[in-house]
Structure formats: C-alpha cells, structure tokens
Design a protein around this ligand. Structure first.
Ligand code: ADP
Ligand code: ZN
Length: 447
C-alpha cells in the first residue's frame, strides 16, 4: 500500500502543465483563437452546424479572425442537441469514434456526445490537471464513488486519476458498508462523489460506528450537482477532509471543465479547452464583469462532437482578479443552479439553492432535506422537510416545536414565503446514488 500517512501540507501549488496553466492572457487568447478556428472547421462537417451556420457567412474557421467574432456564431441549446440526436453533431466518420457518453437526463431526454481517441486523451488531461491542482499525487488512493456507465463522472475521473498515477478504486456509488470496507482495506485517501452522497456517507459512518481514525481520508472532490458553501464546510468538518468543487457537463466532455485549486476561491475554468461567456439569459447580452448570469461554453478540445456557444443554463459569474495559485485561467463562482430550477411559489421566485443555504447552515438540521411544492386549493404550498441534527431527539416535542419554528422563521427571512417545516428522523429522507433529487414539485403541470 502506498505510504500516504504524511501530515497535511500547506498548499504547494503544484501544476500538472505549468506552461498551459500559467500562460499569459495574450498567449491564452491566441491559443483559443487557433483552437476555435479548428473547432469551426470540424463543426462545419456536422449536419447541424452546416445548416445553423449557413446564414452567418462563416464557411471555414478562417472566417473567424478574432475572439470577438465569436459573437457571429449563434447559440446552441439543449433543445438543439436533442433535435440532433443521434448523429446530427458528429463531425468525424463513425469508425473513428471510440466512445460515447450521455448526460444524466436530469431535465429531460439525455443528449449524446462522441469522442475520438485523441478527444479522450485531451479530456483525461484536463481531469488529471484538475485533480493535481488540489494537491493530490501518485501516492493517493482514490475511491471513485460516482456512477460509472454513460454518465461521464465515473470514467472521466477514473481515467484522470490513473493519469495522475493514483491507485483508482472504481467503487461506484451506493452500499456504504462496502465503501467503508474498501476505504479501510486499501487506505483510501481521496473520494469523489456528489455532495449529497458525501453527507450520506458521513451519516452512515456514524450509524455504523466507523471510527474516523480507522480511515486515511484527506480530500474529496464534490460535484455534479449544486451545493452551498455551508454544505462544503459541513462535509469538511464532519468528515475532517478537504473538499474541492468540481464542475462539468457531458456536453463539454464531463468533469474537468472547471475545478477549484487549493485556494478554494472559485473554480478555474480551463480556458485552453473552453471559451466561457456569461450572458443575461433574457437579453442574451454579456453581463458586466463579475455579475451573475448564464454560463455559455464553447468546447475547444474535442473534434468528434464540436459544440459552439452552448447555453448551459447554469448560473454563475467570473471572479475578477488573479488567483494566488498563479494560474491565469479565470475563476467562476460556485454554480448555484440552473436558470430553469427556479420555482415560482404564489408568484414569488425561489431557487432551491436559497433554501439549501439556509438549512445547511443550521446545526439543528441534519444531512438531508427535501423541498416539496403542492397545490392547496388555488394556492401553492411549500414544505421543507429536513432531517434533524445529531443532538436532537424526536421524543422531545417542546424542543422539536422550537426547532421547527426557528427553521421556518430563518427560511422566511431569506425567501420571503412562510414554508411549512417538517422534521424527520436522521436517515428518513430518500437518498439518491446519483444526483440528489431535492425538489418534488407536485403541482399539476398545466395550471
Ligand atoms: P444533466 O444536464 O442531465 O444533469 P450532466 O450529467 O452532464 O447532465 O450534468 C451536468 C450538469 O450538472 C451541469 O450542467 C450542472 O447543472 C450540474 N453540475 C455539475 N457540476 C456541478 C457543480 N460543481 N455545481 C453545480 N452544478 C453542477
Ligand atoms: Zn487558483
């Protein structure tokens, strides 16, 4: 077993590819332009872009002379990808494709992405770079507790971990008892999971009486779903590990699009692989520097399925200024959710992330919660179900009433609606192995 018992070190700012990660802005933009021109050439071989670009005057990559010309390219939406199923976005002969992946289908029919052998290598490089930026190295033992299969998180992190030289345990999610065995038997030092699954792991650890000292965990990558800073702090404190935010989406390969470095102050978007824009989802104009908007991404590192100006629907903003780690690639703020996550409750706009921010910051609340919206007569009714915290027992009704009241009042102060709060036993609310389902909207669709 590799020796990984060293005590925590201060950030070392190690770079996987120093030249690329610290390139100055002018060089980086020159690189982006040349990759964009190549990507356009590929895109013009796909049935979808042949048609979509036909009215724009862009006949080859050379028609794009500067990054500013990006504006001439129309946006691509998830709807377009679905319309182009199965091969509308394929730019190389099928015999040169070595793999396909699909999105999780969180918001509808999954979309499919194809990779050439070179595409897989480039993608693996970005994931390895991301993992390395968190201070991991070949002495680490990496338990990849995320879904394998068509979902990109499993194989993407698997290959990236191997590239770094870590010992990768392809455990996949679920079965926490087995997960603990693996952690103990092989001395796991690094985990990858959704934040909701990491919280579940912590609850189970306590339930099964697994002593933290019997594990060698030091870091975790948490992503694939939105979570608040308080959720990160909660996982870090409860599991006594260092948690890094990992962002990606299958349309842009999967993991390795944007990742936190050891400064943990925003996610570096790997700009040699992606061009990032942030737009106002209504006007479709760029927002001012630092403002929140919808992230739009153009992939520069994939030939088989080029996707230009993809509207991710994910909400974030750029963090102005340089990062202390020395990387020049811009940083995105924590992604709070998708523009279409917004719930309208009796006319008031509420994002699930606002509710998470409140409940995960309260020690009276345990590791799981669920938002339910129903119709009661002509009104919408919001119920927030939460598991109670460790120090709360379900037989103390006075305490329970006080807790319920406190949660409701704190929520109301944040979202301006008065929710019904339901308290549940620890472990009583459903846990998903993949992305957490945090919202049950039971209102009739057509009303
Ligand atoms: P689907 O769109 O079906 O969920 P994917 O499996 O490709 O497909 O998931 C990508 C989406 O997951 C992103 O667009 C984003 O909404 C969400 N996501 C991934 N990582 C994060 C993260 N670190 N923070 C917030 N949201 C994330
Ligand atoms: Zn940094």
């Amino acid at each position: 077993m590799p020796d990984t018992s060293s005590s925590p070190k201060p950030p070392s700012f190690q770079y996987w590819n120093r030249a690329m990660e610290t390139m100055n802005r002018a060089e980086l933009e020159a690189w982006q332009l040349s990759r964009l021109q190549k990507t356009l050439d590929y895109s013009l071989r796909t049935p979808f872009y042949k048609e979509r670009l036909s009215g724009t005057g862009i006949k080859s990559g050379n028609d794009i002379r500067s990054l500013d010309d990006l504006k001439k390219i129309p946006f691509t939406t998830k709807h377009d990808l679905r319309d182009g199923f199965p091969y509308g976005f394929l730019s190389i002969p099928l015999e040169d494709v070595v793999r396909l992946h699909a999105s999780s289908g969180t918001t509808g029919t999954p979309t499919t992405i194809y990779f050439s052998a070179e595409d897989i290598k480039r993608w693996t490089g970005f994931v390895a770079r991301s993992i390395f930026a968190t201070g991991c190295n070949k002495t680490d033992v990496f338990q990849n507790m995320i879904t394998y299969g068509l979902f990109t998180g499993g194989l993407g992190f698997h290959s990236g971990g191997e590239e770094v030289g870590m010992l990768v345990i392809p455990s996949g999610p679920g079965n926490t008892t087995r997960q603990f065995r693996l952690m103990q038997d092989f001395g796991t030092t690094v985990l990858h999971a959704t934040p909701s699954f990491l919280l579940h792991v912590e609850s189970k650890m306590r339930e099964e009486g697994i002593a933290r000292e019997s594990l060698r965990l030091r870091k975790a990558f948490a992503g694939a779903e939105p979570y608040s800073e308080d959720t990160r702090l909660r996982i870090e404190k409860l599991l006594n590990i260092d948690v890094y935010n990992s962002y990606g989406l299958s349309e842009m390969n999967g993991p390795g699009v944007a990742f936190e470095c050891q400064c943990k102050n925003g996610l570096h978007i790997w700009e040699d692989g992606y061009i990032a824009e942030i737009i106002n989802p209504e006007t479709l104009e760029p927002v001012r520097e630092g403002e929140t908007g919808e992230l739009v991404l153009t992939i520069l590192c994939r030939e088989a399925t080029p996707i230009l100006r993809y509207r991710t629907r994910d909400l974030t903003g750029f963090i102005p200024g340089p990062c202390a780690c020395g990387r020049t690639h811009r940083r995105l703020r924590r992604i709070t959710g998708r523009s279409d996550d917004m719930l309208i409750i009796n006319g008031v706009n509420v994002f699930p992330s606002q509710i998470e921010e409140v409940v995960m910051a309260m020690h009276q609340v345990g590791n799981n919660y669920l938002i339910v919206v129903e119709k009661e007569g002509s009104l919408d009714r919001l119920t927030v179900k939460v598991e109670v915290g460790q120090d709360i027992f379900m037989d103390d009704s006075r305490l329970l009433n006080a807790v319920r009241d406190k949660i409701a009042k704190t929520l109301q102060a944040s979202i301006t609606i008065n929710p019904r709060v339901e308290l549940h036993e620890k472990g009583a609310l459903p846990v998903s192995e993949g992305k957490a389902v945090r919202v049950e909207d039971k209102r009739p669709k057509d009303v």
